[in-house]
Design a binder for this molecule. Structure first.
Ligand SMILES: [Zn+2]
Length: 176
Protein backbone atom coordinates (compact mmCIF):
# COMPACT_ATOMS: atom_id res chain seq x y z
CA UNK A 1 0.00 0.00 0.00
CA UNK A 2 2.82 2.38 0.96
CA UNK A 3 4.61 1.37 -2.24
CA UNK A 4 1.54 2.23 -4.38
CA UNK A 5 1.23 5.53 -2.58
CA UNK A 6 4.86 6.37 -3.38
CA UNK A 7 4.26 5.59 -7.05
CA UNK A 8 1.17 7.80 -7.01
CA UNK A 9 3.15 10.63 -5.37
CA UNK A 10 5.94 10.23 -7.92
CA UNK A 11 3.45 10.41 -10.80
CA UNK A 12 1.84 13.48 -9.24
CA UNK A 13 5.24 15.14 -8.89
CA UNK A 14 6.08 14.38 -12.50
CA UNK A 15 2.78 15.86 -13.64
CA UNK A 16 3.27 18.94 -11.49
CA UNK A 17 6.81 19.41 -12.76
CA UNK A 18 5.62 19.28 -16.36
CA UNK A 19 2.85 21.78 -15.78
CA UNK A 20 3.95 25.36 -15.71
CA UNK A 21 1.92 28.42 -14.97
CA UNK A 22 0.66 29.79 -18.26
CA UNK A 23 -0.09 33.20 -16.83
CA UNK A 24 2.56 35.78 -16.09
CA UNK A 25 1.44 37.96 -13.21
CA UNK A 26 3.13 41.32 -13.64
CA UNK A 27 2.71 44.75 -12.11
CA UNK A 28 1.15 45.71 -8.78
CA UNK A 29 -2.36 45.27 -7.42
CA UNK A 30 -4.51 46.86 -4.75
CA UNK A 31 -4.80 44.09 -2.14
CA UNK A 32 -7.01 43.82 0.95
CA UNK A 33 -4.27 41.98 2.83
CA UNK A 34 -6.20 40.29 5.67
CA UNK A 35 -8.92 39.07 3.32
CA UNK A 36 -6.45 37.88 0.67
CA UNK A 37 -4.30 35.92 3.14
CA UNK A 38 -7.41 34.23 4.59
CA UNK A 39 -8.56 33.38 1.05
CA UNK A 40 -5.14 31.84 0.31
CA UNK A 41 -5.34 29.77 3.51
CA UNK A 42 -8.81 28.64 2.41
CA UNK A 43 -7.38 27.59 -0.94
CA UNK A 44 -4.71 25.47 0.79
CA UNK A 45 -7.42 23.81 2.91
CA UNK A 46 -8.44 21.73 -0.13
CA UNK A 47 -5.91 19.25 1.29
CA UNK A 48 -6.56 19.91 4.96
CA UNK A 49 -5.95 16.27 5.91
CA UNK A 50 -2.53 16.44 4.22
CA UNK A 51 -3.25 13.22 2.27
CA UNK A 52 -2.12 14.58 -1.07
CA UNK A 53 0.86 16.48 0.24
CA UNK A 54 -0.25 19.72 -1.44
CA UNK A 55 1.75 22.74 -0.29
CA UNK A 56 2.00 26.39 -1.23
CA UNK A 57 4.84 25.44 -3.60
CA UNK A 58 2.28 23.63 -5.77
CA UNK A 59 0.10 26.73 -6.23
CA UNK A 60 0.12 28.14 -9.75
CA UNK A 61 -1.55 31.25 -11.14
CA UNK A 62 -3.34 30.20 -14.35
CA UNK A 63 -5.12 33.44 -15.14
CA UNK A 64 -6.56 36.67 -13.85
CA UNK A 65 -10.05 38.15 -13.97
CA UNK A 66 -9.91 41.94 -13.68
CA UNK A 67 -12.81 43.94 -12.32
CA UNK A 68 -11.38 47.45 -12.23
CA UNK A 69 -8.86 47.57 -9.40
CA UNK A 70 -9.98 44.19 -8.07
CA UNK A 71 -8.28 41.07 -9.40
CA UNK A 72 -9.49 37.48 -9.31
CA UNK A 73 -6.47 35.19 -9.46
CA UNK A 74 -7.23 31.80 -10.95
CA UNK A 75 -5.21 29.48 -8.74
CA UNK A 76 -4.51 25.84 -9.42
CA UNK A 77 -2.82 23.20 -7.28
CA UNK A 78 -0.32 21.44 -9.53
CA UNK A 79 -0.35 18.43 -7.19
CA UNK A 80 -4.06 17.55 -7.37
CA UNK A 81 -5.43 20.00 -10.01
CA UNK A 82 -7.76 21.71 -7.54
CA UNK A 83 -8.77 25.13 -8.95
CA UNK A 84 -10.29 28.21 -7.40
CA UNK A 85 -10.42 31.95 -8.11
CA UNK A 86 -9.12 34.05 -5.22
CA UNK A 87 -9.92 37.79 -5.26
CA UNK A 88 -7.46 40.40 -4.02
CA UNK A 89 -10.37 42.31 -2.43
CA UNK A 90 -13.50 40.88 -0.83
CA UNK A 91 -16.30 41.08 -3.42
CA UNK A 92 -18.99 40.44 -0.78
CA UNK A 93 -17.72 42.86 1.87
CA UNK A 94 -20.03 45.28 3.68
CA UNK A 95 -17.19 47.77 3.48
CA UNK A 96 -17.00 49.97 0.37
CA UNK A 97 -15.68 48.10 -2.65
CA UNK A 98 -12.26 49.10 -4.00
CA UNK A 99 -13.58 50.59 -7.27
CA UNK A 100 -16.22 52.66 -5.48
CA UNK A 101 -13.61 53.89 -2.97
CA UNK A 102 -11.20 54.86 -5.77
CA UNK A 103 -14.01 56.63 -7.66
CA UNK A 104 -15.00 58.70 -4.61
CA UNK A 105 -11.34 59.48 -3.96
CA UNK A 106 -10.74 60.70 -7.49
CA UNK A 107 -14.04 62.47 -8.29
CA UNK A 108 -12.66 65.78 -7.07
CA UNK A 109 -9.55 65.74 -9.24
CA UNK A 110 -10.75 63.80 -12.27
CA UNK A 111 -10.56 60.37 -13.84
CA UNK A 112 -7.44 61.04 -15.95
CA UNK A 113 -5.47 61.58 -12.73
CA UNK A 114 -6.48 58.12 -11.52
CA UNK A 115 -5.27 56.72 -14.85
CA UNK A 116 -1.93 58.53 -14.44
CA UNK A 117 -1.55 57.40 -10.82
CA UNK A 118 -2.25 53.73 -11.52
CA UNK A 119 0.05 53.83 -14.56
CA UNK A 120 2.93 55.25 -12.47
CA UNK A 121 2.30 52.63 -9.75
CA UNK A 122 2.16 49.92 -12.45
CA UNK A 123 -1.35 48.94 -11.33
CA UNK A 124 -3.79 47.86 -14.10
CA UNK A 125 -6.21 50.78 -14.55
CA UNK A 126 -9.95 51.06 -14.01
CA UNK A 127 -11.84 51.52 -17.29
CA UNK A 128 -13.65 54.77 -18.03
CA UNK A 129 -16.93 52.82 -18.35
CA UNK A 130 -16.59 51.34 -14.84
CA UNK A 131 -15.57 54.75 -13.45
CA UNK A 132 -18.68 56.37 -15.00
CA UNK A 133 -20.88 53.55 -13.66
CA UNK A 134 -19.49 53.89 -10.11
CA UNK A 135 -19.72 57.69 -10.33
CA UNK A 136 -23.41 57.49 -11.30
CA UNK A 137 -24.17 55.11 -8.41
CA UNK A 138 -22.38 57.42 -5.94
CA UNK A 139 -24.03 60.59 -7.32
CA UNK A 140 -27.43 58.90 -7.04
CA UNK A 141 -26.73 57.82 -3.43
CA UNK A 142 -25.53 61.33 -2.53
CA UNK A 143 -28.65 62.92 -4.08
CA UNK A 144 -30.88 60.57 -2.07
CA UNK A 145 -28.95 61.33 1.13
CA UNK A 146 -29.15 65.09 0.48
CA UNK A 147 -32.91 64.89 -0.17
CA UNK A 148 -33.41 62.89 3.04
CA UNK A 149 -31.30 65.38 5.04
CA UNK A 150 -33.43 68.21 3.62
CA UNK A 151 -36.66 66.41 4.54
CA UNK A 152 -35.37 65.91 8.09
CA UNK A 153 -34.39 69.60 8.33
CA UNK A 154 -37.88 70.68 7.16
CA UNK A 155 -39.52 68.30 9.65
CA UNK A 156 -37.39 69.76 12.44
CA UNK A 157 -38.26 73.31 11.31
CA UNK A 158 -41.96 72.41 11.29
CA UNK A 159 -41.71 70.97 14.79
CA UNK A 160 -39.98 74.12 16.10
CA UNK A 161 -42.48 76.38 14.29
CA UNK A 162 -45.34 74.49 15.89
CA UNK A 163 -43.73 74.84 19.32
CA UNK A 164 -43.29 78.59 18.74
CA UNK A 165 -46.79 78.97 17.26
CA UNK A 166 -45.15 80.59 14.24
CA UNK A 167 -48.05 82.05 12.21
CA UNK A 168 -45.95 82.73 9.10
CA UNK A 169 -45.02 79.05 8.77
CA UNK A 170 -48.66 78.08 9.36
CA UNK A 171 -49.87 80.49 6.65
CA UNK A 172 -47.30 79.03 4.25
CA UNK A 173 -48.98 75.73 4.90
CA UNK A 174 -45.71 74.26 6.09
CA UNK A 175 -46.66 72.98 9.54
CA UNK A 176 -48.70 69.83 9.50
ZN1 LIG B 1 -3.74 20.02 -4.13
Amino acid sequence: MVFLWRIFRKLCEEVSNKEESTYSLTGRRVVELGYFLDALKDFLHHDDKGRLGCTFHNVQVCGEIRKGLNSGLKLKCAMCNFEKTVWTNDTKSEIMDVNKAATIGIMEIGFSNLQDLTAILNIPPMSNTLFQKEQNIIADAWAKTAAREMELAIEEEKRLAKERGDVEWMLMGMPS
